[in-house]
Ligand binder design. Structure first.
Ligand SMILES: NC(=O)c1ccc[n+]([C@@H]2O[C@H](COP(=O)([O-])OP(=O)(O)OC[C@H]3O[C@@H](n4cnc5c(N)ncnc54)[C@H](OP(=O)(O)O)[C@@H]3O)[C@@H](O)[C@H]2O)c1
Length: 300
């Protein structure tokens, strides 16, 4: 199956309907050649959008990807690279983990990402988390400079509450095109806090990180997960034999806001299984029955 593309916002960009994340790349223990094969495997499925952050793998993942990318012989225009900045891990210069959304830090971080990723532009830059010391005008000024220099094409945020999103958007001369938020059958907070509604109001597609709860859906045995597993299995049977991962993704994809799930597996066969969720059609009854299994109560 070859998955379709989707406009993230009226102004673009166009992303693949499912995105592959590289947070865990350093843990996959792949050789450079295996990483190249994994990237090609994603492209064969139609996954052309790759999600990164400066800090992934303690600042190592962008570079691991970049080393593979440099030898992968793939047309840069055929893929979309997303990365993030704004979190500072503990290093000799920074004895405390902190957030830094100063203009200086954002500009420096993008230059590092470009160097590590072996590319001369980033398709989408996100502020990784809302920084309590954020000066929205300063972030907007950094974004304008990066846009003007052609280093970054589009901008967005991640894990921002609606009021934080509105603050950031109000300081900018051009639109934020997404909010990357946690959303899955295990975590529906973004629905309750208004983040999903704000995306729908603004006509932008949110990106859903940890679509399988970081893998907990397959490994943990809480009451919530046991209820969910039973329900997802039943619905998979009703759908003619879909697996748990496929039903869990179909639940995210059914939302009219057009969530773009960001997958985290390093195993191409799991990515292949996940994209087949796009062929499934879920009824409202099935969607709400998963909601009830997750929340452990009837719909009010
Ligand atoms: N913006 C943010 O704050 C933020 C936060 C977290 C993540 N992210 C992004 O979202 C991406 C995805 O997050 P995630 O890695 O937590 O996603 P996830 O897909 O929910 O979890 C990935 C984990 O689940 C396992 N897994 C996946 N499919 C499986 C299956 N069918 N059966 C059994 N195990 C399975 C994977 O193991 P295997 O590798 O062994 O398959 C991996 O350990 C990240 O790479 C990153 O790009 C963003």
């Amino acid at each position: 199956m070859h998955i379709p593309k989707m406009l993230m916002a009226k102004e673009g960009p166009e992303f693949s309907r499912i995105v592959q994340g590289f947070w865990r790349l350093a843990d996959w223990n792949k050789t450079k050649q295996e990483t190249i094969e994994f990237i090609h495997g994603c492209l064969e499925l139609g996954i052309t959008t790759f999600d990164h952050a400066d800090i992934y793998g303690e600042y190592r993942c962008e570079n691991l990807f970049g080393e593979a990318w440099a030898d992968a012989l793939i047309d840069r225009q055929s893929v979309q690279i997303v990365t993030k900045c704004g979190i500072q891990l503990i290093t000799p210069e920074h004895p405390n983990k902190s957030y830094n959304t100063s203009e200086k830090h954002i500009l420096l971080s993008v230059d590092n990402s470009l160097r590590n990723l072996r590319t001369d532009y980033i398709d989408l830059l996100l502020i990784h988390r809302p920084d309590p010391l954020m000066n929205a005008r300063e972030v907007a000024s950094a974004f304008s400079k990066l846009r003007g220099s052609g280093k970054v094409k589009h901008f967005g945020v991640s894990n921002f509450l609606p009021c934080q999103f509105e603050l950031m958007a109000s300081a900018m001369d051009f639109p934020l095109i997404t909010n990357q938020i946690e959303y899955s059958v295990l975590n529906m907070e973004a629905q309750a806090d208004g983040s999903v509604d704000l995306c729908q109001k603004r006509g932008i597609a949110p990106m859903a990180w940890s679509p399988f709860g970081g893998g907990r859906l397959f490994t943990d045995h809480t009451e919530q997960i046991d209820r969910l597993t039973k329900t997802l299995r039943r619905i998979g049977e009703e759908m003619g034999g879909a697996s748990i991962d496929q039903v869990a993704l179909a639940w995210i994809l059914k939302h009219p806001v057009h969530f773009v799930p960001v997958l985290g597996s390093g195993k191409i066969e799991r990515v292949q299984s996940a994209v087949r969720s796009l062929e499934l059609s879920m009824t409202r009854d099935q969607w709400f029955s998963i909601w009830e299994a997750s929340n452990g109560r009837d719909i009010p």
